[in-house]
Design a protein around this ligand. Structure first.
Ligand SMILES: [Zn+2]
Ligand SMILES: [Zn+2]
Length: 371
């Protein structure tokens, strides 16, 4: 070896020593007994963890548990937003893969207060059965309350039916004290809107009110899909409006007036049109048609920014991103028209984005639920 290429003071024997230590380390971790000891330590940490931080103090918190639309993304689950208030958490939409996020973040699943479904498209309901199962297995003390527009009874009955054999297996295997039948399953609650239907689709209705937390259903336009709601959570002077899918919908600005946070879906028409063109070029007519059709019943980032401005919300958060902008350039392109409408106070959510709204304050703290 040529000492000239080594830093001053470093000698070949030092490399030999380091190599020997490395080799010994590799040999050690390849030993099954060492692997078992490492796993035992990880297991004790894993089973001891319950991430109660979002519920630790009295505040309104919003964690985004799924930020993508139906197109696949390795970084994002489908639509899901968790709201923490009053010692419980509530879930708006249960898109596929979203429950895995909640589990990975060690959210205390037994403390779920209810589920609110915006509408019944599959990217908003796919994990409902898993959410029921995982919160039951975590010793949820009662059936899971699920709120939604007319049709919610069918959705809940379908999931309950599909999971009924699973319940039998688990109760018989683990015992009634561990997996009690009484707290298994979901109870459907139909949320109705006040007044007669209007052409403007501008009705609201109280979905839930326990005296401290009030959840208001807001009718939105996702035609031809009906019912389609957004939900407004008001808790001790702080508030968040969470949309499902909708096209630019002026009445939402009124229903969202003064909210601290607007968590809105958004679809980039230019990026979706590009996917449509690419699908046509490659002869994938099915994909081409779907990419074409979805452009007319979603809101664009710019349109959502205009509604946020009109409503006077503190922070606009984009989620249910279509297509999911999974790198820096894609995010720039996705939001390229936003600054012309709303120069500040908007952000694109990632899975795990956490927004904390302290009480008696106008502050909005941005962080992550897994930190
Ligand atoms: Zn939809
Ligand atoms: Zn959707």
């Amino acid at each position: 070896m040529n000492d000239a290429i080594l830093s001053p003071g470093i000698r070949p024997w030092a490399f030999a020593g380091a190599a020997a230590v490395l080799a010994a380390g590799v040999a050690a971790i390849m030993n099954p007994n060492v692997q078992q000891a490492l796993f035992d330590r990880a297991a004790s940490e894993l089973t001891a963890i319950s991430n109660t931080a979002p519920l630790a103090d009295d505040a309104l918190r919003v964690a985004v548990c799924g930020t993508s639309a139906p197109l696949p993304s390795t970084a994002r689950a489908k639509a899901c937003v968790a709201v923490f208030a009053g010692g419980k958490f509530y879930v708006v939409d249960t898109g596929p893969e979203s429950v895995e996020n909640l589990m990975l973040w060690n959210v205390p699943m037994a403390q779920i207060g209810g589920v609110f479904l915006t509408h019944f498209h599959s990217d908003h309901i796919g994990d409902l059965g898993e959410l029921q199962l995982q919160s039951w297995a975590a010793r949820r003390p009662h059936q899971l309350d699920v709120y939604g527009g007319p049709g919610i009874e069918d959705v809940v009955a379908g999931f309950n039916g599909a999971y009924s054999h699973d319940q039998t297996y688990r109760t018989e295997h683990h015992g009634e004290s561990i997996m009690p039948l009484a707290s298994w399953g979901m109870a459907a609650h139909v949320v109705t809107l006040e007044g007669e239907p209007t052409r403007a689709k501008d009705r609201v209705g109280v979905a839930y009110d326990d005296g401290e937390l009030r959840v208001t259903a807001i009718e939105v336009d996702h035609a031809p899909i009906e019912p389609a709601y957004a939900y407004r959570f008001d808790y001790k002077g702080r508030s968040v409006v969470i949309t499902g899918d909708y096209k630019a919908h002026p009445p939402l600005a009124k229903a969202a007036a003064g909210a601290d946070l607007l968590v809105s879906e958004a679809l980039s028409r230019s990026m979706t049109a590009s996917l449509e063109t690419a699908a046509r070029s490659s002869g994938r007519g099915q994909v081409e048609t779907i990419m074409h059709d979805i452009q007319d019943y979603h809101i664009s980032p710019e349109e959502a920014a205009a509604i946020a401005n009109e409503a006077g919300v503190g922070l606009l958060v984009y989620y249910h991103l279509s297509p999911a902008p999974d790198n820096f350039l894609a995010r720039r392109l996705f939001a390229s028209g936003v600054n012309a409408v709303r120069t500040d106070d908007w952000t694109i959510a990632e899975d795990g984005s956490l927004y904390t709204l302290p009480l008696d304050s106008n502050e909005i703290e941005i962080g992550r639920i897994d930190e």
